[in-house]
Every structure is written in C-alpha cells, then in structure tokens.
Design a protein around this ligand. Sequence first.
Ligand code: AFP
Length: 303
Amino acid sequence: MADSDPIVEAVFDAVAETAPAIRDALPGRRVESGTDNPSGESVMAGDLYADQLLGDALTAVDGVGSFVSEEREAAVDAGGAVGDGAYAVAIDPLDGSSNLRSNNAMGTVVGIYDAPLPATGRDLVAAGYVLYGPITTMIVADETGVREEVIERDSAGGDAEDGGRAVSRSVVEDDLRLPEDPVVYGFGGRVPDWPDDFTTYAREIEDELKLRYGGAMVGDVNQVLTYGGIFAYPALVDAPEGKLRLSFEANPIAYIVERAGGAATDGDTDILDIEPEGVHDRVPLYVGNEALVERLEDALADE
Ligand code: AFP
C-alpha cells in the first residue's frame, strides 16, 4: 500500500475544514448572485461564498501552486511551480447549487493535478468530493485507493495539538469499491434533447435498473458508488459537448470511479485521456459500471 502524499493530505484537510462553514452558510445564500460564471451559468450566492472560502484555504496550503475554480476565468497563482513539486487544485465549489432552493444534495468537487491546467485526467494525483447530504461525507481517491470519510465539527472545537482544526475526519470505508451488480441509474438533460442512439440505450437501462437522479452530479455519482450502476450527463442534440466541465467535474469523478473499479467515457474515449483545449471545456460524461459503460460506447458507435 502506497503512502499518502502529504500535499494531497493537506489539500483534503483544508477542504474538510471549510465544509462545516460552507454548510452553515447555505441557508442564507439560496439566491442568485446576479453574476454568471465562465461557462455562462447563473451563479448562486452559495457558489461565490464556497469559492472564496476554498480559494483562501487552498492557496494557503504548502505545495499548492495554483487554484483553479469553475467559477473563475483564470487560475489563481499560489506561488508554487506546478508540475515541479507543486500541484494545481481544481475546484467546483458548489456542484448542484441549483438544489439550494429545493434543499437537495450538493457538494464540492476536488481535482489535484500535477500539471498546469488545462491538463488531462492522467495528470491527476488525487480527486474527491464533499457531499452535503443528511450528513457531510467526503470521498477521497489517491494512489492508496478510495475511501469515504464523515466530516463533523470537532466537539472540542480543535486545540493547539491539531492546529486548532475545528473538524474531525472519520474514515467509515477505507477501501471503497463500486458494487459489482448495477442497481441504479441517473441520466441528465431533457429526454427530448437526447440523441436517438442514447435514447435507445436509456430505454434498455430503464427496464433493468432503478432511477436515481437528483440534479447534482456528486449526489447522483454517490448513489452509483454506493449501490452500483451508471450516471450520465449525455451529449445532447443541441449541446453535443453535454453540460459538465472536464477539468472540474468529469476528470475528478472519472478518477474516483475508475480507482473504485468502474469506467468513465465521453462516449468514445476514456475521460482521463481527453486532451482539453481550455480549462472550462465541457464534455459528455457516462460513468460507473464497466459493462454498462462498454454497452453505452457500443450503442453510440452503432449509429
Ligand atoms: P448547477 O451547479 O448549476 O446546479 O449544475 C449542476 C450540474 O453541473 C451537475 O452537478 C448536475 O449533474 C447537472 O448540472 C444537472 O443539470 P440539469 O439541471 O440539466 O439536470
């Protein structure tokens, strides 16, 4: 078993330490901020708050050379030589923020790259996500494997020995594996916008599995990691690149699920092999059970 990378551990410490403050801030930030992000999407007040908190925390971590956010046009220089001892940390600060108004699950997605962005998923050294569900959990995937942690405020509020850290990280699953037998599926986008070949595939899956779609990728992928199955935000007729961002959403999720024994594709190519042109490139994402992902690639290739 490989040892954890100390910089990776420090990044996930910083992410975990911001989680309770982000969660506490959500009730007062369920409104639109009046601004759009680089992808042209309306930004919620919760997005901005999480982005600011995570930016401050992560740029302060030794070994983080740059901070790149779905909500910001350009990378924030954190003073390290990315790819030469320092990492670029890519964040989707509040994935699924549309769920704020409806009080449904959302989360923070983290990708730690050993190269400046835009980079391929093969440059990831670790990835993970915080899930704000009934409880706050964090999935961490690195060279040691995939684990699930529960994040709680430290009842003692932190003390000098642990640097006043105000949260506790409790590993509840230290070798998270995608269940062999698929049970759930979740497909994004509107059905009339699905291309015919994906619609045919979806109809087959609907006959085999149970629908679990909540509008936040982290929550839906967590269902797949927990019960087995497949998640997709597919290419759409009027948006062949789909909706999800490669750097901030698809790559980290692909890294996690592949390390847990699954597969991830854009319909033709392993997500981690995609060469992006820009930091905010979008990509279709089909991820989960390897056999179902292979069936999907065959279905899209048949046309
Ligand atoms: P928001 O962060 O704008 O809510 O978008 C979330 C997301 O990027 C991803 O988490 C979901 O899987 C997907 O969009 C949901 O998109 P739809 O609202 O089109 O279903």
